[in-house]
Write a protein that binds this ligand. Sequence first.
Ligand code: ATP
Ligand code: MG
Length: 390
Amino acid sequence: MKTIILVRYEEIFLKGLNKPMFESRLMKNIRKVLYGLGAVTVSRSQSRIYVEPNDDNYPIDEAITRLTKVFGIASVSPVKKLETHKDTIYEEAIKMTKEILTRHRYETFKVETKRADKTFPLKSMELSSQLGAVLLKAIPQLKVDVHEPDFIVRVEIRENTYIYTEKIPSVRGLPVGSNGKATLLISGGIDSPVAGWMVAKRGVKLEGVHFYSYPYTSEKAKEKVIRLTKILSQYNLGMKLHIIPFTEIQLAINQYCPQEYLTIIMRRFMMKIAERIALENGSLGLITGEAIGQVASQTLESLLVTDNAVTLPVYRPCIGMDKSEVVEISRKIEAYETSILPYEDCCTVFVAKHPVTKPDLQKTIDYESVLNIEELIQNAIDNDEVMLIE
Ligand code: ATP
Ligand code: MG
C-alpha cells in the first residue's frame, strides 16, 4: 500500500494549443519544488498529475506543503494506491477514516465512488453504499450525511484503486515561467512582496531589484529584503535579487533638487535603474506595490510622472486595494511578519517635510536635469550585488 500525491489543476483558460505547454511546465515546476526530498515519478493522466515516491519513507507532508505553493495547482490529496480488490479497499478505507478522525472532529461522512474500470463487479453506487455500511460498523460514532458531510471518502477505481479523504487547496494561478518574466521593485514593506506574488501567480517569473542606502539603512534592512525575497522565491522556484546602492543618488538629489520633489525624482531613478536591469534579464515589465493615494508619491499625478521615466509597462497589482486587503494577502503568503519588522527603508531616510502631491512633469524633468543622471545610474548599476535566492 503506497501513499502517492494526486495533483489537480484547472484548465478553464487552457483549452486547445496551450494545454500541453502548461502541463509540461507544471510538471517541471513540481519536480523542481520537490527536489531533494527523494526520488519520485511525476506522471500525468486524464488531466491530473500523480507524484509517486519511489521509497516508502518519502516525506509526504513536506512534499504537500511545498506543492501548496506551486502556482497552477488547484488542490492536492494524499492518496492510497492499492490493488483493486473489495476487501483491500474496505480495509484501507477504515484505516484512513480512523486516521482522519484523529486529526479532525468530524461526525458525518459520505462515500463517493468513481468506477472507470468497468470490470470491477460492483457499480459505483453499490460500492459507495456497501463501503458506507462497512465504515459505520467499524466506527459507530460516525453518521452518513449525503448532503453536507464533514468529509468524503473518495474511491476511484481505475487501473489501480485510489482512496483519499483530504483535498488540500493550493494557490491556483498559472505555472511560473508560462508567462514570461518581470522585474519587481522590492522594498522591505508590505505591498511590494504582495504585488510580486500576485503577478507571479499568473505564471510570471520574477527577478527582484532592491535599492539600498548604506550606511543610512542598516545591514538588518538588507537582510529583511533577502528574507522577503526568500519567501517569494518559494512560490517562484528560485529568484534573483539585485541589491543596488542608492546612497550616492539620494545625496545628489538631496543636494541639488527642491525638497518637495525629492521623493518623486528618487522614484524616477528607481524606475530607470530597474528598467535597465529588466531589459538585461529579458523582463517584459516592471512591478511595484503602489496603490492610488497611499502616499504623496502614489497620487495619479505622481504615478504619471513616475511612469514617464520608463518605457516598459509598469504593473501595479495593488493599485486599487486598501491596505487591509494587501495585509490579508501578505499574511496568506506568510510575508507579513517579516514585512513589519521595524527596519528603515531607503525611502524613509531622505524625506521631504511637505512632498509634492501633484508634481508637474516638466518641472520634475527640469529639476532632475541638473544632475548627471547617466553617470549616477551607471555607477549604481556597476555596483549591483546579485544574489540567487533559493
Ligand atoms: P511597500 O510597497 O514596500 O510597502 P511603501 O508603501 O513604503 O512600499 P513607497 O515607498 O512609496 O511605498 O514605494 C512604492 C513602491 O516602490 C514599492 O511598492 C516598491 O515597489 C518600490 N520601492 C520602494 N522602495 C524601494 C526600495 N528600497 N527598493 C526597491 N523598490 C522600492
Ligand atoms: Mg506601499
